[in-house]
Design a protein around this ligand. Structure first.
Ligand SMILES: [Zn+2]
Length: 72
């Protein structure tokens, strides 16, 4: 089963659950903190904005990318 990340819309608690897609789509996910079902799925791998945008890309680029500066 894949690991899904969720964030509760009610209390803002973030948590991870090992669930099948059917369980996720079926709305069987509950916030462990407040038991609310108003949770939304997070996609950490495709984080838009905040952090993560400079993760692997930044490392690869800094290592020896197309740095057009006289860095030697
Ligand atoms: Zn909650």
């Amino acid at each position: 089963m894949p690991l899904f990340e969720f964030q509760c819309r009610k209390c803002g608690h973030q948590f991870e659950e090992l669930l099948s897609a059917a369980e996720v789509e079926g709305g069987k996910v509950k916030c462990p903190a407040c038991k609310s079902k108003r949770v939304e799925r997070e996609f950490s791998a495709f984080a838009t904005g905040s952090e993560g945008s400079g993760g692997s890309g930044g490392l690869a680029g800094g290592g020896g990318g197309c740095g057009s500066g006289g860095f030697t």
